[in-house]
Design a protein around this ligand. Sequence first.
Ligand SMILES: Cc1ncc(COP(=O)(O)O)c(C=O)c1O
Length: 448
Amino acid sequence: MPNKVELNNDYPDITRSDEYYHKALELIPSVTQTLAKGPGQNIKGIAPKYLDRGKGSHVWDVDGNEYIDYLMGIGPLSLGYCYEAVDNAIKAQLNKGITFSLMHPLEVEVAEMINKIVPNAESVRYSKTGADVTSAAVRVSRAYTGRDKILCCGYHGWHDWYISVTDRNKGIPQIIQDLTYTFNYNDIDSVINSIDDETACVILEPFVFQAPEHNFLHDLRRVCSENGTILIFDEMWTGFRVSLGGAQEYFGVDADLACFSKAVANGMPISILTGKKEIMNVLDKEVFFYTTFGGEALSLAAAKATIMELRDKQVPGYLARQGKILREGYNKTAEGLGMNYTKCLGFDCRTIITFDTAAGNPLEMKSLVQQEMIKRGILWGGFHNMSFSHSDNDIKYTLKVYKEVLPILKKAIDEKNVSGYLRGIPVEPVFRKTSNFNSKPKQKEAKI
Ligand SMILES: Cc1ncc(COP(=O)(O)O)c(C=O)c1O
């Protein structure tokens, strides 16, 4: 019998998952299309690898095992799986057509909504992926400023300009790698030391898990303005989640350009570039940013229905309330057990569980917790990506499971034998290093 969301006696049977996996090993390099969903991020031998269906906050893997999902498609399922209002909008649009030969009215209708909700969204463009719009924002910044260099901080997608700073940078010409530099979040000096009159843009997630400190975002705004540099907010995780208008609204800071995707269409593939008209106007004639499926109507219909639901049901507030109960509950259990090496941190709509290296190998600790959560019917990757479908019962059950699982981790650590408790291969790091770190962009050689 497949496992359910309960204190199961054994780990799930993942025979069918493994059958697909072994076929994929032959056919699909790296096996996955999204690194965070791949086998490297889940304890191999225990975690399911392929999901079949979902409803609300629950998913079923291809072997029929059921789980509460805290990954939620790595962000997009802001409302939940098979959410009726969104699915009905998709079905209604499906009956009329998916992709058309001329523009579609939904392009205008959704733009009007975004313009009202998102600060500084004087202009709006669509595409399909987060990387599309962060890359468009970078190109727009370069075109508008006539400069080439980029300062970034965090993850922004697979395109050359960003991924060149990581150790997965094969295939990217050195000349491109030399144009992107990184700075430290919450360290305005690291920006000031790097920004110069060749810096087209500073791009960052307004926050990841750490809150902005000492007026960091406001200072960043000022430094960019003083330097004639475009400030881009990558709001893939913050947008429509921390508040309806995203981080610009939440913190009262104006970005020049802001990029959205994930939460905006409850799982349909759409991304949105917004920004000040004067800057976005370079998209009119100078910058080329067009793609066949940019105005695809099912995703726009889903975005319209999702945004209405997020607004009418005040979903950001719900995510924060449920996330807070989980965060506080986790920390209370850990503290009660004297486990000061693990904490749940972050903004309540999306929190992370951290493991301190002082207690052992964090990847092994995370893998052990994941293994035991999965046994008890919780699909867990070290995050609480909250959705509107995470019910009070889900939260209550999850906290009960933490009370069972954390003592297992404690025992393993006390015995200095976490790896001995693992029944599979631990999770892997995503990137091992970033380069061009916190370094000053090279100056042009002086003309003689
Ligand atoms: C902050 C951030 N920016 C950009 C991206 C890239 O988005 P996509 O994977 O849709 O290209 C991601 C994806 O996880 C992200 O988390």
